[in-house]
Design a protein around this ligand. Structure first.
Ligand code: PLP
Length: 393
């Protein structure tokens, strides 16, 4: 006998995983270069040289026991100090090392934040489009997932679209910007307006509604845009961050939660985060990566390839007649299915070895996501196929 809920989770896989696995099997058959795999969000640029150099240096210079030993559950002092200093330098936000809790990436950061906030009968409002695993984390936290449909006119954050979904049971509102899959960056005005709404509703309901901001793509923005730092705009906010995308380290598993002093019940929220992580069997985030970030907290990604791919795809696909959401950040381009459902269009593309993700699981039916985290050669060689796909009857 096994846990039925977990059995269902372990067997009902997301379509995106199936597509990525199909891509690998197909590459083994016809050659990697002949599969145009835009499906998965794996960074295609290597980790910055400074990161690799720091890792080599740490492994060769520090005593092994220091490199590989357990750290405190929330993270080692040097890593926390370095990240707090970097946040303060960039956002002047008064971060202290004690506000940070290191995790194995953004996924456990979000899951832990929701677990910490999950009370009986609680609800987690999730703004679409959204990373599909959010509903899994909310439900594991004992909360009901309440989905705010996307505003497809601009894919921005609209407080007026969120308001009807708030109830006295709302514990948290979960947003992601730069957004996966739309590539849209939520503006400071929009985030502030949502914060004002949550503050007002929190007073009405007699308890705070926390804004959980999932920001693994914070550093991936283009055209000189900057990503607003949510805690400067919304008092009761928790930031979930990851180095998976910004430093191209998705397999190394490092991220953190930032729980600002200014938020209501900050100390209790931090303690509940520590408890939720403990209950999930968290011991500490990878020690080697913590040593690395203690040295590399201010290292930023090289965005040249993502930016080039983004422009190439956006301009070409628009010129062929695709309806595309202008991508401002992350490494995705969202397009509307030109014909039939998103799954039907994805299947037609797949028949030509172009793998693109239907976004039904992201709360965004009728749209498909293309990862721009591929080689520019892949983009260039796939363009004629995209043209044929929209032109064929
Ligand atoms: N949140 C979003 C919006 C993502 O796109 C991803 C990964 O693609 C994650 C969280 C998980 O990131 P991590 O690898 O840091 O756990």
């Amino acid at each position: 006998m096994v846990n039925e809920k977990f059995y269902a989770l372990g067997t009902n896989r997301l379509y995106i995983r199936e597509l990525a696995e199909y891509g690998m099997a197909r590459a083994a058959q016809i050659g990697r270069e002949n599969v145009f795999d835009f499906s998965i969000g794996n960074p295609s640029v290597p980790a910055p040289a400074a990161v690799n150099e720091a890792i080599v240096d740490i492994v060769s210079m520090l005593p092994a026991a220091a490199v590989h030993s357990y750290t405190p559950a929330g993270g080692g002092a040097d890593a926390r100090r370095a990240v707090a200093a970097d946040l303060n330098e960039r956002f002047d936000c008064g971060a202290r090392p004690e506000n940070l809790f290191f995790t194995c990436g953004a996924a456990p950061a979000v899951a832990t934040a929701l677990a910490a906030l999950g009370v009986a009968e609680g609800e987690c409002v999730i703004v679409a489009p959204f990373f599909p695993e959010y509903t899994v984390y909310a439900e594991a936290a004992g909360m009901k997932s309440v989905i705010v449909p996307p505003v497809t006119s601009d894919f921005q954050l609209h407080a007026s679209a969120v308001e009807p979904w708030l109830t006295p049971r709302t514990q948290a509102v979960l947003i992601n910007s730069p957004n996966n899959p739309s590539g849209v960056v939520y503006s400071a005005e929009r985030i502030r307006a949502l914060g004002e709404l949550l503050e007002r509703k929190g007073k009405e309901y007699g308890h705070p509604i926390y804004l959980v901001a999932d920001e693994p793509y914070r550093e991936l923005v283009y055209d000189g845009l900057s990503v607003p730092f949510v805690p400067l705009l919304v008092r009761n906010s928790i930031v979930c961050y990851s180095y998976s995308k910004s430093l191209s380290l998705p397999g190394e598993r490092l991220g953190y939660l930032y729980i600002p002093d200014a938020m209501e019940d900050s100390e209790s929220v931090y303690a509940a985060v520590a408890g939720a992580a403990r209950a999930a069997g968290h011991v500490c985030a990878p020690s080697l990566m913590q040593h690395m970030i203690a040295r590399c907290a201010s290292v930023r990604p090289d965005l040249e390839v993502y930016d080039r791919n983004r422009r190439l795809l956006y301009e070409a696909l628009c010129s062929y007649g695709y309806e595309c959401v202008p991508p401002q950040g992350a490494f995705y381009l969202l397009i509307r299915s030109p014909r039939g459902s998103a799954r039907e269009f994805s299947d037609r593309a797949k028949a030509r070895d172009v793998l693109i993700v239907p976004c039904d699981d992201f709360g965004c039916p009728g749209y498909l996501r293309l990862g721009t985290c591929v080689s520019t050669d892949t983009v260039k060689r796939a363009l004629p196929i995209f043209r044929e796909l929209i032109e064929e009857k």
